[in-house]
Design a protein around this ligand. Structure first.
Ligand code: SF4
Length: 443
């Protein structure tokens, strides 16, 4: 038994969990295998926000069962949101699975793998941190959600909010920085709710101040926010702290008060718009991102028009849009019939995305000829790519001629813009010291 594969779907929280679990497997002496059907230990890190994601996981479990029938020594584990507080029903449906683990519960899986290879995980596993993290890395800071929006299954699967301590998170950030990380994104289903229940009491602003002090770290981001929990203190911290980037993801989900109430979002459209004003007054050059659902139960044309109106008024830098689909087990599934047809939802989604494309085109066109600091975090099709502080994707034109590397910063003058990305010329690039643990491309 020498190899593992982690199959991951869903949000950044799952990706962060998978990186940490991989670190545990590596410490057990297992190495990564690209093929889930060929690995000795396979973990499916699942998402249930959409039925289609859950269906993909159950389909793969069927394939893995066939492989396990031939190679019974193989081990299969499932973690993430598919695993609720009670796994009895799952055990009955999927007897081929050896271990079930809720999000962030690595122990049952590591114990299963340790037992299979005859090693006690307690004896050899230290911190579960990626050994070779990406230059921009996720750090989960709060697990679960207490909000219970009517369309969302997350609180039932991830449980109530639990925050990690400031000390633990500062230490983790220091460790990641020592491994080459320059940017961290602090994650939570409702990240603004961080710190509730901690003793002594802390909030997200306190954590941002503490992490801002970590030497060697250059940038801090956080997501996802909730309009009701984004306090003035948090907004001021974003405005004041040099390492915290001017980029906030503040979902509004719907622009009509009746729909918002049906969604149990806890704010009105006016309150949302006032929050946006507050953010922009304190941080004028902020880039705003949002999430929207179209076609929620009973949404009329007029109510949908109110959603489009919010887009027009706020002019977000990015919108994550989705057509409503019912999740069994949610309040909406029980109380609000899914009355908008699929065709209508698709039409509304197209209309909304076209409007947003126009807005993004205009916003990005206004960035031409301006110069930005870009953290280089990728290489594709012969060019380096990176992100501005406002999280704009930038393709670098002339980076080959400079000492530009993943993990380095460059000053970039924007030469071309599209709705979705920018292109620019490197005017100056950070010279990285010899021996820096940074990847050089082409390898
Ligand atoms: S805030 Fe609402 S949508 Fe977000 S995770 Fe919590 S319940 Fe789900």
């Amino acid at each position: 038994m020498t190899t593992y594969h982690i199959w991951t779907v869903g949000c950044q929280m799952n990706k962060a969990d998978s990186e940490r679990l991989a670190s545990g497997f590596e410490q057990l002496g297992l190495s990564e295998c690209d093929d889930p059907r060929g690995a000795d230990v396979v973990v499916l890190n699942t998402c249930v926000v959409r039925q289609s994601s859950e269906d993909r996981a159950t389909g793969l479990l069927g394939d893995l069962k066939k492989a396990k029938d031939i190679y019974p020594e193989r081990r299969i584990a499932v973690m993430g949101c598919m695993v609720g507080p009670n796994s009895e029903e799952l055990n009955r449906r999927f007897p081929q699975v050896d271990a079930w683990a809720r999000p962030q519960q690595f122990r049952p899986i590591l114990e299963m793998a340790g037992e299979a290879i005859g090693i006690d995980p307690d004896g050899c596993i230290q911190e579960l941190l990626p050994a070779d993290p990406k230059v921009s890395t996720f750090i989960p800071i709060i697990h679960g959600c207490d909000k219970f929006c009517s369309f969302c299954i997350i609180p039932y699967r991830r449980g109530r909010e639990v925050s990690r301590s400031v000390e633990e998170l500062v230490h983790e950030t220091e460790m990641l920085v020592s491994r080459g990380v320059r940017e961290v994104t602090l994650l939570g289903q409702n990240v603004d709710s961080y710190g509730h229940g901690l003793d002594p009491a802390h909030d997200l602003a306190d954590l941002l101040y503490a992490i801002n002090e970590v030497s060697g770290l250059d940038r801090i981001r956080f997501l996802t926010s909730h309009p009701s929990d984004m306090s003035e203190k948090i907004i001021r911290a974003v405005g004041e702290l040099p390492k915290v980037c001017e980029n906030i993801n503040l979902p509004f989900q719907a622009g009509d008060d009746v729909i918002l109430e049906r969604m149990r979002r806890g704010y009105t459209r006016d309150e949302y718009l006032r929050k946006i004003d507050e953010v922009r007054t304190i941080i004028p050059d902020i880039a705003m991102v949002t999430d929207v659902i179209v076609g929620f139960s009973g949404e009329t044309e007029e109510q949908f028009a109110n959603t489009l109106d919010i887009l027009t008024q706020v002019r977000f830098d990015k919108v994550h849009s989705a057509a409503y689909s019912v999740r069994p087990g949610t309040i909406a599934a029980r109380q609000h019939p899914d009355t908008v047809s699929i065709e209508e939802k698709k039409c509304r989604l197209v209309e909304l995305n076209e409007l947003q494309e126009t807005i993004c085109t205009e916003i990005n066109a206004g960035l031409a000829d301006r110069e930005f600091d870009v953290l280089i975090d990728g290489y594709s099709r012969g060019r380096f790519t990176g992100r501005t502080r406002t999280d704009k994707l930038v393709h670098l034109e002339n980076s080959e001629t400079l000492e530009t590397r993943i993990g380095g910063f460059a000053s970039v003058r924007i030469t071309e813009t599209t709705p979705w990305s920018l292109q620019g010329k490197v005017t100056a690039a950070e010279m990285l010291a010899a021996g820096d643990r940074l990847r050089v491309y082409p390898a």
